[in-house]
Design a protein around this ligand. Structure first.
Ligand SMILES: [Zn+2]
Ligand SMILES: [Zn+2]
Length: 179
């Protein structure tokens, strides 16, 4: 638990609350310690701006994330910088009692989330939103040529001498079948 990122619902009024949070390198390294599978870094951190409004039992969260993340290209493995400039809107509703985790996964409306008790967990909201800014297949450039599957040469920088691979055809096996 980190006090700055857990917000008491009682602090929220209808006119709203604005928060500026610096998600510094420490914030990311703490996350990395808990989840070593994270495949990115944020050397300069990210700046988060949050606006929270309470409407009855619901809490509206408008957010903005800005900065730069450092990722590895999924084709050539070269690290590259990804500029982040992302807006998000979330509606938090009180978690119903005896709510099953599986129900949560099958929810169609992903912009809706829950809060439990009297505290909004900004930490997990921010983590989720950072993950949403990551591309599924990070590429250093759209036309990245990747690594040669035979010798491992970075084909963006050099041409290797490996023979060009024959394109695998789904019909290849059929050639051997005698009719
Ligand atoms: Zn690449
Ligand atoms: Zn090669």
């Amino acid at each position: 638990m980190h006090p700055a990122t857990h917000l008491s619902v009682a602090r929220l009024r209808e006119e709203g609350l604005d928060l500026d949070l610096a998600l510094g390198e420490e914030w990311f390294s703490r996350w990395q310690e808990e989840d070593p599978a994270l495949e990115f870094a944020a050397p300069g951190g990210l700046a988060a701006h949050l606006h929270l409004e309470r409407h009855g039992h619901d809490i509206l969260v408008r957010g903005h994330l800005a900065g730069t993340l450092r990722l590895s290209c999924s084709r050539c493995l070269t690290p590259f910088s990804l500029p982040v400039d992302a807006h998000f809107d979330l509606l938090l509703t009180p978690r119903p009692p005896h709510f099953e985790e599986e129900e949560e996964l099958s929810r169609a409306d992903l912009d809706r989330d829950f809060y439990s008790g009297e505290v909004v967990d900004l930490e997990s909201i921010l983590r989720e939103q950072v993950l949403l800014t990551l591309p599924l297949k990070p590429l250093c450039a759209d036309d990245c040529k990747g690594l040669c599957p035979r010798c491992g040469a970075d084909l963006n920088r050099e041409t290797c001498r490996c023979p060009a691979e024959e394109p695998a055809s789904p019909l290849a096996d059929l050639k051997n079948i005698k009719l």
